[in-house]
Design a protein around this ligand. Structure first.
Ligand SMILES: Nc1ncnc2c1ncn2[C@@H]1O[C@H](COP(=O)(O)OP(=O)(O)OP(=O)(O)O)[C@@H](O)[C@H]1O
Ligand SMILES: [Mg+2]
Length: 293
């Protein structure tokens, strides 16, 4: 099993689109069992894509599911932690834990505090571990667990990073968006360092493999005569100098827009542009398998 977080500091860069299409391709073209965790509490984009019938309930906050939120709440109310959640199966063949708007209220500020440094740090560690505990409780039922996120450096994001073996960062290839990549890479480093500290001071039985940054993914690239436009190629090069970048990228185009409207993967949309974007997502997924084995 590999757990992969789709994270970025910038909104609207294609995280949800990438997470959804990689999830479907892993299942459909590589025969992998896939669980998607929708941790985007604001949009719930993957939830809406996989289960259109749930969108209204998501917005009203009336979904009956046991979601990640109630797992964090166990810690706030100092009740017994139970890692079980509701898992739904979507028609495209992937399973999902749906989004919950209440995840916006997750913060370590809500943890019961004492004047004891050891127990305060222990509860911070438990907060970091919540999503991983939920995943570990699934006993390797999935080949891949993909986590979609809200674009914000938050305690939920830190818990996503802790839970992930790898993180990828979808990016629109413009200067404004790609400056967000070093920020998430640095947050991954901070979480890894915090865990090393916790391990040496609080719980030396903790098994934790530092989260790896597997690369930025170029989304919505614009091309000129079949290759990325100069400005986009420059951004790719700049990103490469700060970390890894996937060589496969997805171009901007209406195949994906049409697919989003119809709530289908672009693989199921007809037309020249959709065919091109389908192929690009399939190539991206093949590279994903090597970068996040
Ligand atoms: N290659 C593409 N071509 C055209 N439109 C695209 C492409 N990729 C994504 N989009 C569209 O861009 C918008 C933003 O994409 P998406 O929702 O995946 O971004 P996001 O990073 O998840 O945003 P947020 O931070 O708000 O969750 C969506 O409307 C999506 O359909
Ligand atoms: Mg999104």
């Amino acid at each position: 099993m590999a757990v992969v977080g789709f994270i970025s500091e910038k909104g609207g860069v294609g995280k949800t689109t990438a997470c959804y299409h990689v999830a479907v391709a892993l299942h459909r073209y590589h025969n992998k069992s896939v669980l998607v965790i929708d941790a985007d509490y604001q949009r719930g984009g993957i939830t809406g894509r996989l289960f259109p019938e749930l969108i209204e309930d998501f917005r009203r906050g009336t979904l009956p599911d046991v979601t990640l939120f109630s797992k964090f709440q166990h810690l706030y109310s100092a009740s017994l932690f139970d890692p079980t959640v509701t898992i739904r199966t979507a028609s495209v063949g992937v399973d999902a834990i749906v989004a919950d708007t209440r995840l916006a209220h997750v913060t370590t500020d809500k943890l019961p505090s004492t004047n004891n440094i050891f127990s305060n740090n222990l509860s911070l560690l438990n907060h970091l571990k919540v999503i991983r505990e939920v995943i570990d409780n699934l006993n390797n039922r999935y080949d891949y667990v993909l986590i979609d996120s809200h674009p914000e450096i938050s305690d939920v994001l830190r818990s996503i990073i802790y839970a992930s073996d790898y993180c990828v960062s979808p990016v629109k290839l413009d200067l404004q968006s790609s400056v967000g990549v070093p920020t998430v890479v640095s947050e991954i480093g901070t979480v890894n360092k915090d865990v090393a500290l916790m391990k040496s001071t609080i719980d030396n039985t903790l098994t934790y493999r530092p989260t790896l940054f597997a690369g930025a993914m170029g989304m919505m690239a614009r091309e000129y005569r079949g290759t990325p436009k100069q400005t986009e190629a420059d951004e790719m090069r700049r990103l490469r100098s700060t970390g890894t970048v996937f060589s496969a990228y997805v171009t901007e185009g209406d195949g994906i827009r049409k697919a989003a409207q119809e709530r289908l993967p672009v693989y199921d949309i007809s037309g020249a542009n959709a065919d091109k974007q389908s192929l690009q997502f399939r190539q991206l997924t093949t590279e994903f398998l090597t970068k996040c084995p």
